[in-house]
Ligand binder design. Structure first.
Ligand SMILES: NC(=O)c1ccc[n+]([C@@H]2O[C@H](COP(=O)([O-])OP(=O)(O)OC[C@H]3O[C@@H](n4cnc5c(N)ncnc54)[C@H](OP(=O)(O)O)[C@@H]3O)[C@@H](O)[C@H]2O)c1
Length: 286
């Protein structure tokens, strides 16, 4: 019996990267899974792997969470199979390039996914557990980023979306103190996933490259911190140091420093897709 046996977890963005590894970390502890993203084949493959490796139930819901109404539809489908005891709002993306070069549709799609869908699912989760006895913990993990520590030129809207996620989650953590819902904000630094290809990024400075972790490491650290009831976790020693000094430095200095660390946007590699999903014909994301 794992420590999460009898619990059901909903993980968004579970078709790859950090989300898939969080699903694996939860399944290792015995949780049943509801996996959500747009790529159904990848989700089905992961669900089969988790059932076989850990003997847990694993359901798949294919959804584009940037579409208005999709998050609540997902919540309805996930809870139709039983209560959701753990919610991981992980799905997210960003574009690494000058703001004016990004198609407005891609920006609004990102804000709906990174912020609106996350708030909608968090709201449904908190409401569902309002009367749950405090000793029966229900866990909510929201995935922000160390980009939430300062303005990040060329990741302007993405970094600002993660400021929202961090502030929202940390406020909710305190609001829920003494109640059943334990809110955790996972703040990864650079992690080896498809995120960078999706963002049209990867041409980072040496420091950013040196601090990169694996998705499995980030996920395991995040799940442990969530289960310990920790408010916020920055993954990796270099990232922790960087956030500590950023917090003590003037914002003008830290946003310039982030420009230096992140390097220049790769104009040769502007993505024609958001993650794996195809954009409408003719839209090359500018
Ligand atoms: N990698 C990093 O360096 C890093 C650093 C800090 C924070 N983060 C955060 O970590 C989280 C996970 O990112 P990752 O690094 O694992 O990137 P990733 O490998 O690109 O994974 C992103 C996940 O989100 C899903 N997704 C994207 N758009 C979606 C949509 N419209 N509807 C539903 N699902 C969608 C993707 O699946 P589909 O394509 O199948 O939909 C995928 O499963 C994100 O919130 C990201 O901002 C990443």
């Amino acid at each position: 019996m794992g420590e999460l046996s009898g619990q059901r977890a909903l993980v968004t963005g579970a078709s790859g990267g950090i989300g898939a590894e969080i699903a694996r970390a939860l399944a290792r502890r015995g949780a049943a899974l509801v996996l959500c993203a747009r790529r159904g084949a990848e989700l089905e493959e992961l669900a089969a792997e988790l059932r076989k490796a850990h003997g847990v139930a694993a359901d798949v819901v294919v959804a584009d969470l940037s579409v208005p109404g999709a998050a609540m539809e997902l919540w309805g489908k996930a809870t139709a199979g039983g209560p959701v005891d753990i919610l991981v709002n992980n799905a997210g993306f960003g574009h690494f390039r000058p703001f004016g070069d990004i198609a407005l549709e891609r920006e609004t799609e990102m804000l709906r996914l990174n912020i609106i869908a996350l708030v909608e699912l968090s709201h449904a989760f908190v409401a569902a557990h309002r009367d749950r006895p405090p000793e029966q913990a229900a866990y909510l993990m929201n995935v922000a980023s160390i980009a939430a520590w300062q303005p990040v030129p060329h990741f302007a809207t993405y970094a600002a979306s993660k400021v929202f996620v961090r502030n929202f989650s940390e406020a909710l953590h305190l609001e829920q103190k003494g109640k059943a819902v334990r809110v955790h904000c996972l703040c990864p630094g650079g992690t080896h996933t498809e995120f960078h290809a999706t963002a049209g990024a990867g041409n980072y400075g040496k420091l950013a490259n040196a601090s990169m972790l694996s998705a499995a490491d980030v996920a395991e650290q995040g799940v442990r911190a969530m289960l310990r009831g920790k408010k916020t976790l920055v993954t990796g020693v270099l990232n922790k140091l960087s956030c500590f000094f950023t917090g003590m430095s003037p914002r003008g200095v830290t946003s310039r420093a982030s420009m230096f660390v992140m390097g220049k946007p790769r104009r040769d590699a502007l993505p024609a897709t958001t993650s794996s999903a195809k954009l409408p014909a003719g839209d090359k994301g500018t």
